[in-house]
Design a protein around this ligand. Sequence first.
Ligand code: GLN
Length: 494
Amino acid sequence: MTDLTTKSLAELRDGLKKREFSALEAMDAYLDAIAAANPRLNAYIVVTADKAREMARASDARLARGEGGPLEGVPLGIKDLFATIGVHTQAASHVLDGFAPEYESTVTSHLWRDGAVMLGKLNMDEFAMGSSNETSYYGPVINPWRAAGSNRDLVPGGSSGGSAAAVSAWLCAGATATDTGGSIRQPAAFSGIVGIKPTYGRCSRWGIVAFASSLDQAGPIARTVTDTAIMLTSMAGFDNKDSTSVDLAVPDFAAAVERGVKGLVIGVPREYRMDGMPEEIETLWTKGLEWLRAEGAVIKDISLPHTRYALPAYYIVAPAEASSNLARYDGVKYGLRKTGKDITDLYELTRAEGFGREVKRRVMIGTYVLSAGYYDAYYVRAQKVRTLIKRDFEDAFDQGVDAILTPATPSAAFGVGDEEMNSDPVKMYLNDVFTVTVNMAGLPGLSVPGGKDASGLPLGLQLIGRPFDEETLFAAARVIERNRGEGFSPEKWW
Ligand code: GLN
């Protein structure tokens, strides 16, 4: 039998439905692949093999009866940020040691409702804070891609680095991920796969460990545009347990994938042409525009004048919300507890030991920008900037723009422990320069591989859409995926 793990999610789903192979066979193929790869890639924190087989058997029983949902028997990996009942849910943090929730997140419960099967929990940056998956308590994730002629370990991006590496290395058919400032799109770009952050409100945040609640949004990472569309259709939907979830019908996103781009207006924001941007990113962007134009799209130069303020404003708003959200980890209610001479001592010792350096940095920045003397100067100002960023996009859409094309990241994947990136947190934060605007404005953003750099590493293009118009992004991304050609799977070395 051909290796079941290299099938796309759509092929796997169809083969299962036709009963060409069983859900248990597919599951075992993935469990074997994980056992072989994980010691090297560190994508999974926990593999729930018994639960996985039990779920697969239940899927097989449903398929045998001619029943089953749209994802029946499809094995998925789940980012450690999603609450999964009775299973390790620690946001890859030490402070949540031993936490296994008594409830299931809405997004994962939608996936199980549709028949998907869980392989385990995926590594990530601690509390989703990071761009390289190096802040995880469980150690870094290694990108399955390597530069030509090099055996240096590269980062898969972050914070959904485990999700991206697992999908890219055929360790699951698709994965859940979350994106507060780029954590779906940047790792997808670094790992040669597809990821979409849907419109804020499209997926319920209930049962997802909160980072910055006004920016956090769940979405899928998968190997093809169609696969992400299939997953998002299941993940999305109104939930009265999340007051920011939107009561809108969920389209069949996969039906939009082959719609084409004829007549669509694609905006090109001049502010995304950054000083010192590598030549190959520029070339990639131009190629993407040419493919879209050749298939009937109209390319239009636009201006998003407040772009340069997005990153600094994000690094005020996100830490501010994080410092509030993370106040609950005090050693009393969850996870790790370090007892001290009194309750204050207990809080301090637990938080000092439980949080990693980057999380502590965010909590300190957040506490500072929210403190009485600085609230107006930093937090209120950042919120005003946020409104201006949102307005920039609205103006572009008012001028008839249907979607915007930009690079996804300013570079390809960099090395694990890269000195430059780790010498100054701002250098690491610059990874998000093209992605944070989208979270600040609450818009949908998709990253699709469009080309490679000189050393053969994948590069991603980002499509940004109108609120709740993910369908146009899938259609445009498919055009890029079709035109860019093959060769977006890593050479297996692990
Ligand atoms: N890299 C960004 C940060 O560290 C974004 C993270 C995310 O989207 N969760 O905040």
